[in-house]
Design a protein around this ligand. Structure first.
Ligand code: NDP
Length: 385
C-alpha cells in the first residue's frame, strides 16, 4: 500500500454501488477510513470494518445495528444504531472528510450533519441538493465547508470551471447517455420490464439511479444539482445526449470556448478527485484510448417522451419545496415500478400528478417545511399508484 495523501474519511452508504467503489479507492490510495454506514447490509459493513480497521460503523436499521454489534464484539469498533445513530457517528468522528453515497432523501440529514461538523463533503447523494439545495449550500457557506461533487457530470463541470471565472460562464452542458430506452416512444415504454430498465448501456449503478437514468429523471435531478452547486440558472444548463459517455460534461464560456473533461466511464475517478480536488493523485482507473473510442456523438434529448426532465426544470423554477415533491413522488413511483406494480409511463404520470396536486409546496422554505412537504408528497404518490 502507498503512503496516504488523503484525509481521514467517512464513507456513508458504503455497501452501495458508489460506496463500494469509494472503498475500492480507499484500498488503492490507502485512505484512512474512520467510519462506514449502511441501512441493512451489516454483513458487508462487518467485512469493511475488518479490512480497513474502521473505528466506527452505523446502521440506519436498528435490527441490523444489533446484528453488527454482536458480529463485531471481538473488536473495538463502536456501532451506532438508527438514522439518529448515523448522524451521531458523523458528529463524533475525527474524520475531516466524508463521502455521502446514501441513496435518496435519506441522505439529506447526513449531508447537513457532515456540513455542521465542518468536514469536507464529497457528495454523491444528489437528492440532498434536489430536496434542499438552498439550505445545503447556505449552510456550507456559513460553515466554510467545501462540497465537491462525486456525480461524474458535476465532477467534469467542477474541473472545467477551473478554465475561467464565474462571470465568464455562458452555459453548462450536461451530457446524458440517454439510457437504455433512447429513441423509444411512449407506447414502446409501456412494455418495458424491470429487467430492461436495469440494463444501463454504460454505467453499473444502484437500482434507483438506474431507473432514474432510464426515465431521464436523473438528468433532471442533475440540472437542479448543477444549478445549486455552481450558482447557474436552469436556462443556462443545456442537456445533450452523448451515447458514448466519454465526455462527462462541459462548460461553454463567453468567448464560445467549450471546455470538457473526458475519461473512461468509471466512478472511482470521481470519488478520488472529490477527495483530493484541486490536487490530483495517481490514477485508479484505466487510461482513455481516443482511437479505440473512434467517434463521439451528440443529440438533443426527447423531452416529450421523457417528461421528467422538463418537470425538473419547472420544479427548480417554481422553487421552495417543489423539487422535494418531485423527488419524493419519484422515489415512491420508482419503488412501485421496481416492484412490478406500474409501467414507466404510469411512473411519469404519478410524479407529474403529485406535483399538480401540491401547488402550495412552493411556499415551503425551512427544513421542517420541506420535510413535511416530502411526507405529504409520498402520501399523494401512494394514492395515485
Ligand atoms: P445504492 O442503492 O447502490 O446504495 C445505496 C446505499 O445507501 C447503500 O449503502 C444503502 O445501504 C444505503 N442506504 C439506503 N437507504 C438508507 C437509509 N435510509 N439510511 C442510510 N443509508 C441508506 O445507490 P448508488 O450507490 O447507486 O447511489 C448512491 C447515491 O449516489 C445516489 O444518490 C445516486 O443518485 C448517486 N450517484 C450514483 C452513481 C452510481 O454510479 N451508482 C453515479 C452518480 C451519483 P444498504 O446496502 O444496507 O441498503
Amino acid at each position: 500500500m502507498r503512503k496516504s495523501n488523503f484525509e481521514p474519511t467517512l464513507i456513508l452508504g458504503a455497501t452501495g454501488s458508489v460506496g463500494r467503489q469509494a472503498l475500492d479507492v480507499a484500498r488503492c490510495c490507502a485512505i484512512p477510513v474512520r467510519g462506514v454506514s449502511a441501512n441493512t447490509n451489516w454483513r458487508e459493513i462487518e467485512r469493511a470494518v475488518r479490512e480497513f480497521r474502521v473505528p466506527a460503523a452505523a446502521m440506519a436499521d436498528e435490527n441490523a445495528a444489533k446484528e453488527l454489534r454482536a458480529a463485531l464484539s471481538d473488536t473495538n469498533t463502536r456501532v451506532f444504531a438508527g438514522e439518529a445513530g448515523v448522524l451521531d457517528m458523523i458528529r463524533e468522528s475525527d474524520a475531516t472528510a466524508a463521502v455521502n453515497a446514501i441513496v435518496g432523501q435519506a441522505g439529506l440529514l447526513p449531508t447537513l450533519s457532515v456540513i455542521d461538523a465542518g468536514k469536507r463533503l464529497a457528495l454523491a447523494n444528489k437528492e440532498s441538493l434536489v430536496v434542499a439545495g438552498e439550505i445545503v449550500m447556505r449552510r456550507a457557506k456559513e460553515k466554510g465547508v467545501k462540497i465537491t461533487p462525486v456525480d461524474s457530470e458535476h465532477s467534469a463541470i467542477y474541473q472545467s470551471l477551473r478554465a475561467g471565472r464565474h462571470g465568464e460562464i455562458k452555459k453548462l452542458i450536461l451530457t446524458a447517455s440517454g439510457g437504455p430506452f433512447f429513441g423509444m416512444n411512449r407506447a414502446q415504454l409501456e412494455k418495458i420490464t424491470v429487467a430492461d430498465a436495469l440494463a444501463h448501456p454504460t454505467w453499473k449503478m444502484g437500482a434507483k439511479i438506474t431507473v432514474d437514468s432510464a426515465t431521464l429523471m436523473n438528468k433532471g435531478f442533475e440540472v437542479i444539482e448543477a444549478a445549486h452547486l455552481f450558482r447557474v440558472p436552469a436556462d443556462k444548463i443545456e442537456v445533450v445526449v452523448h451515447r458514448e459517455s466519454i465526455i462527462h460534461s462541459m462548460v461553454e464560456y463567453i468567448d464560445n470556448s467549450v471546455i470538457a473533461e473526458l475519461s473512461v466511464p468509471d466512478m472511482r475517478l470521481c470519488v478520488q478527485y472529490a477527495l483530493t480536488a484541486p490536487a490530483r493523485m495517481d490514477a485508479v482507473i484505466p487510461e482513455l484510448s481516443l482511437t479505440k473510442v473512434g467517434k463521439l456523438t451528440f443529440l438533443p434529448p426527447d423531452e416529450e417522451t421523457f417528461p421528467l426532465l422538463p418537470a425538473a426544470r419547472a420544479a427548480l423554477a417554481a422553487g421552495g419545496g417543489v423539487p422535494a415533491v418531485l423527488n419524493a413522488a419519484n422515489e415512491v413511483a420508482v419503488a412501485a415500478f421496481l416492484a412490478g406494480k406500474i409501467s414507466l409511463p404510469r411512473l411519469f404520470d404519478t410524479v407529474l400528478g403529485v406535483i399538480a396536486d401540491m401547488p402550495h409546496a412552493k411556499d415551503a422554505h425551512t427544513l421542517d417545511e420541506i420535510l413535511t412537504t416530502d411526507r405529504e408528497a409520498r402520501e399523494h404518490a401512494e394514492t395515485r399508484l
